[in-house]
Design a protein around this ligand. Structure first.
Ligand code: 0X9
Ligand code: CA
Ligand code: CA
Ligand code: ZN
Length: 310
């Protein structure tokens, strides 16, 4: 489990329990379900938050997912913070109430439950990034848009950025794909905007990642300008640095490129605290920063939720 001092972080069972509690305490505005199973057979839990949550209403949908990378535990806390804010705040906080009532918000706090569990299993952090299939696949190189196209991933199973044997070879990415595909209703993707939370570097990133070109096949200048405008607004609020994801480094097969390339979802990656420093230590900030560093993104989350309606 988490080492002494870091008990406030949620492991897999505690993450599941937190979603269960939110669903039990707020039955009208929540619906808990599983998007599928991990390689080791763990359910990947999800929570829908909206008024009349049991009904698929005609409201813009927004997706928040966390912890594709095992050691990025602060992101799980980010998704759980979103759950807490939009459930506890409904009925008391007017802005939160309006967002919940006018949107369908999907939260998936732990995309990589096997890796996350493995990272803490010995009681000492292992610095694990990938899933637990064989030598591990980097889930954020396994998505099916331009998979393996451009030197932004590795075909070496021992690499930290191993892309897998083929696109969607990891059950965790396949489950994410199936869920997002399932939100196409009458030919229209219902999810309008999304954030994939990572750590660390304090960045707001937008597609594409597979090319350093701003405008390319699948991205017009007008579309790029919208990403830049919304990304810059989010970064102005949380104090992160905004940039196209390939300005950081080129990746292929990441979630961002697929969300936009396949579904035209206004998708961002947020790299959370800290800004820099410490190599592996940067993935393991002390638990006393959780509240501050998750609440720090409230404004950015609200900007995206509102943008989903435009
Ligand atoms: O490399 C990744 O998957 C992400 N960074 S992390 O340190 N959390 O591993 C960044 C993905 C964003 N895409 C690009 N930089 N192209
Ligand atoms: Ca609703
Ligand atoms: Ca809907
Ligand atoms: Zn990451």
């Amino acid at each position: 489990d988490f080492p002494p001092g870091d008990e406030a972080y949620h492991n897999y069972d505690e993450t599941n329990a937190a979603l269960e509690t939110a669903a039990t305490e707020h039955p009208g505005i929540t619906s808990k379900f599983s998007i599928g199973e991990s390689h080791e057979g763990r359910d990947i839990p999800a929570l829908k938050i909206s008024d009349n949550a049991a009904t698929d209403e005609d409201e813009p949908e927004v997706l928040f997912n966390c912890n594709q990378h095992a050691r990025e535990h602060l992101t799980t806390e980010m998704c759980l913070h979103i759950v807490e804010r939009f459930t506890n705040g409904h009925g008391s906080d007017q802005a939160v109430t309006d967002m919940v009532d006018s949107r369908e918000i999907w939260v998936i706090p732990m995309v990589n439950p096997d890796g996350s569990t493995y990272d803490i299993a010995s009681g000492q952090y292992r610095g694990w990034r990938k899933n637990r299939q064989d030598t591990g696949t980097d889930l954020n190189r396994n998505w099916g848009y331009m998979w393996g196209c451009c030197g932004g991933s590795s075909d070496d199973p021992n690499s930290e950025t191993y892309r897998g044997t083929e696109a969607w070879s990891a059950p965790e990415t396949a489950a994410m794909r199936d869920f997002v595909d399932s939100r196409v209703v009458d030919g229209t993707q219902q999810i309008k905007a999304a954030i994939d939370f990572h750590t660390y570097s304090e960045l707001v990133l937008w597609p594409f990642g597979h090319t350093s070109d701003d405008v390319t096949e699948g991205m017009t200048q007008q579309e790029y300008d919208r990403f830049e405008r919304v990304g810059t607004a989010m970064a102005a609020d949380n104090g992160y640095t905004p940039q196209q994801s390939s300005d950081l480094y080129v990746t292929d097969g990441d979630s961002l490129d697929w969300m936009w390339g396949e579904h035209k979802i206004l998708a961002f990656t947020l790299e959370m605290y800290p800004a820099s420093g410490g190599g592996l230590d940067g993935f393991y900030p002390p638990a006393d920063v959780i509240d501050r560093e998750t609440a720090r993104n409230d404004g950015a989350v609200d900007i995206l939720i509102n943008e989903a309606g435009t």
